[in-house]
Design a protein around this ligand. Sequence first.
Ligand code: FES
Length: 105
Amino acid sequence: MSPSIKENPVALFHRLAETGRAPVDFVLDGQALSALAGDTVLTAVLTHGAQLRRSEFSGEPRAGFCLMGACQDCWIATESGQRLRACGTFIEEGMRLLTGTGESS
Ligand code: FES
């Protein structure tokens, strides 16, 4: 079952439809989480929290802006050091992501 606003008040995105898609397990800052098949990385992360990363320049939290691949505001790192554009990358089973704010960052 997907988290609702009541269940996860810190999430920036709240799933209102298409809740029956297959689950996709991933890890964010060392924490096992679940998204749904067809979610972008941005959707997968922001249904569990309020940011993708902190700006390397200002330290301010970033969560994407355009949601369509134009602004470059949604970069997120994998544990292996790869950088992904979160709004244009589908979440994959076993993906391991870092926001730069968690225990594994
Ligand atoms: S949110 Fe703008 S490029 Fe991803």
